[in-house]
Ligand binder design. Structure first.
Ligand code: HMG
Ligand code: MG
Length: 300
């Protein structure tokens, strides 16, 4: 592996991290978390979701949060958008970048966004067309890429087909979500081998949850194949209400520590990031799951 150059970090803590919290986090805390992440050098911070408030009440304050974030010329704040209703709300709030989110599992698609995979593509086509007309960038997610909470095994070819459709529709990046964190390194590599036959590897992002403690190993494995975009959540927060039992995303602190050791440049200040992690975990009244953050507190 030539461990050089840049790796882009997409910080998903304020969205993926907080969407699954039993505690309602006030908008002011979310806004401060996002500001702390920007101060730590995160350049892409997924801020919230313009989804139905009764489905994800944790992010029902999306408009207040988004319109209160401090803008910086070099920081982007993408938001999740499931349909035209969400798109119009996001546009009205001044959003510049959105993410559409589909799944490689029919059952998960139904539970999560209340439509089939085929119907989701029709919805995304409308959303992406509208976004392009407003000069908005669109990212695409594929969930359940290494397993589904309802259907179990998912064939890599199904992931590749959906990722390819999102790419053809004009998504500038396709994030592959191990939503329930069941993947292992060899499977993750096989997935990237197959998906990269449909989507150039530099368009692919790894979005790995850490349920079985494999996320860092899986990231290391896919970096070896050329993946250079990683989604992670400060403090290891995260989960999806439609993937019960799955744990948080890989912690950004752990990812940065690993990438620093490998010689990659991420532009993220680890100490400031760890402080942001304690800020949100203190509010949630618990310790970060990140071993790096815990070691930092013990001054190791
Ligand atoms: P639906 O029920 O099919 O929508 O929801 P509908 O069109 O039938 O509308 C039902 C009601 O919701 C209506 O209100 C709509 O106006 C309203 P009513 O007329 O009954 O009062 N509505 C909305 N309100 C605000 N914003 C909207 C919106 N759309 C409809 N955008 C929908 C479809 C997709 C909206 C719904 O199922 C939903 O919001 N799902 C939430 C999905 C979600 O956010 N999941 C978590 C994120 S995905 C994830 O975590 C995985 C990821 O991290 C990657 C990985 O780890 O794999 C990305
Ligand atoms: Mg996720």
């Amino acid at each position: 592996m030539t461990a050089s150059g840049k790796i882009k970090i997409v910080e998903v803590g304020p969205r993926d991290g907080l969407q699954n919290e039993p505690m309602m986090v006030p908008a002011a805390i979310k806004i401060e978390l996002i500001e702390r992440l920007a101060q730590a050098g995160c350049k892409t911070i997924e801020a919230t979701s313009f989804v139905a408030p009764d489905r994800i009440p944790q992010l029902a304050d999306h408009e207040e949060v988004f319109t209160s974030i401090k803008p910086y010329p070099d920081v982007s704040y993408p938001v999740l958008v499931p349909n035209m209703r969400g798109f119009n709300n996001a546009l009205a709030a001044g959003v510049k970048e959105i993410s559409v989110f589909g799944a490689a599992s029919e059952t998960f698609s139904q539970k999560n966004i209340n439509c089939s995979i085929g119907e989701s593509i029709q919805r995304f086509t409308k959303v992406i067309t509208a976004a392009k007309a407003h000069d908005m960038k669109v990212r695409g997610y594929v969930s359940c890429v290494l397993g589904c909470p309802y259907e179990g095994e998912i064939r890599p070819q199904v992931v590749a087909d959906l990722a390819g459709q999102l790419y053809d529709l004009g998504c500038y990046e396709i994030s592959l979500g191990d939503t329930i964190g069941v993947g292992t390194a060899k499977k993750a590599q096989k997935l990237i081998d197959i998906v990269s036959q449909k989507v150039p590897i530099n368009y692919l992002a790894a979005h790995f949850h850490d349920t079985y403690g494999q996320a860092l190993a899986n990231l290391f494995a896919v970096i070896q194949l050329g993946i250079r975009i990683i989604d992670s959540a400060v403090g290891g927060l995260g989960g999806c209400p439609y993937a019960v039992g799955a744990s948080g995303n890989v912690a950004t602190e752990d990812v940065i520590y690993m990438l620093n050791g490998l010689g990659f440049n991420t532009g993220v200040d680890l100490q400031k990031l760890i402080k942001a992690s304690y800020f949100i975990n203190d509010y949630l009244n618990r310790k970060p799951t990140s071993k790096v953050a815990l070691a930092y507190l013990r001054k190791i």
